[in-house]
Design a protein around this ligand. Sequence first.
Ligand SMILES: Cc1ncc(COP(=O)(O)O)c(C=O)c1O
Length: 424
Amino acid sequence: MMLRRARRIMMYSSWTGVELAPADPIIGLTQAFKDDPAATKVLLGVGAYRDGDGKPVVLPSVKKAEERVVASLQDHEYAAISGLADFCRLSVAFALGADSKPVVENRVACVQTLSGTGACRVGLAMLERLPAVGGGGKPIVYVPSPTWGNHPNIAKDAGLEVRRYRYLDDKTKTSLDFEGLMEDLEHTVEPGSAILLHACAHNPTGVDPSREQWARISRALAQKDVQVFFDCAYQGFASGDPENDAWAIRKFVEDGHNILLAQSYAKNFGLYGERVGALSAVCEDPQQAKALESQLKRIIRPMYSNPPVHGARVVATVLADPNLKARWADECKQMADRIQGMRLALKSSLEDLGSTKDWSHITAQIGMFAFTGLTQDQVLTLRQRFHIYCTLDGRISVAGLTSANVHYVAQAIHEITNSPAESS
Ligand SMILES: Cc1ncc(COP(=O)(O)O)c(C=O)c1O
């Protein structure tokens, strides 16, 4: 039988020359961890909560709400472009407080978004097209140095120029450079730009301004024509108290800032994969809020048309029921407390091992992450010799620590920070 080889006709391909994009640093880290056969391996990369056994958690209050949602489910119709109205209303009250002036005066525009990332994307796209931001040139957004690795990507993809303001102290690597931050906000930031602030539990550093420092930041920014954009990804999860974690946002609103606010329900409700978030804008009056919302919808419609409904129904069910909300707050506090316990355990294990370094920042920092101050080389040694995976900037997800692995992690950190070269 004659073998006939099918001739491939060479068609035009747009894909010619497309190069392999670098893996996302955090998702890539998880893959490297999965591929590592070592029994002692520990993943301290991704910012997702784990229980004392290292397992993902579904909060009982969220489960209860989900059961109610499923039981009452009547159809799978599209949500509005702006999402579920009840969810938006409850979400704004959750962050700003039900009795805050803009809420009472009905002058907050809000749209449901694809979690916190989606809220940042829609918010920054909105800033990109505002006449007031940028003053005719390319609009600028200032982000803290360092910031969550995705912020610059989101801002650039939304068409903004990204600049940095000082945040982490370059010398200590573990505390706030408040003087540098104020100098940048007061003197370097250009009028007509936007400033992105982490509302609580700054990612990746876990270093937040004190209340007094927040008040000074608010006063300084009130003197400038800038748009304040709060990213709030950890309300309730940071300190265990959602009211406390919303303090900076509420202070700015009280001081008269018409803030833009991105909210995520990934961490505090454990709804990572459901993509529940909100973007809201405090406005001068209800008419302005209406106009703003209409423009936000104009951005959303061609982007993804409308958001998914399930997770937003779950969150709205919790927030609307005072008993369920109290249960959720309690469970959220338990997550925050376990993280705080692991911070203490790591610090005391390091001290028990005889480390003479100052590890007080581990317990002073807040939220899911600890910024250890480890150098890139030390992080790589941690990975290669000890099979402990964290990001190259020395950030560890404290949620990945358990009573079973914390001593091993402390031993490894002690060993690599205690070498003569390190202590010299
Ligand atoms: C500061 C900050 N903003 C936004 C997000 C967005 O998270 P998600 O899109 O999962 O809600 C994160 C997640 O790590 C974050 O740390």
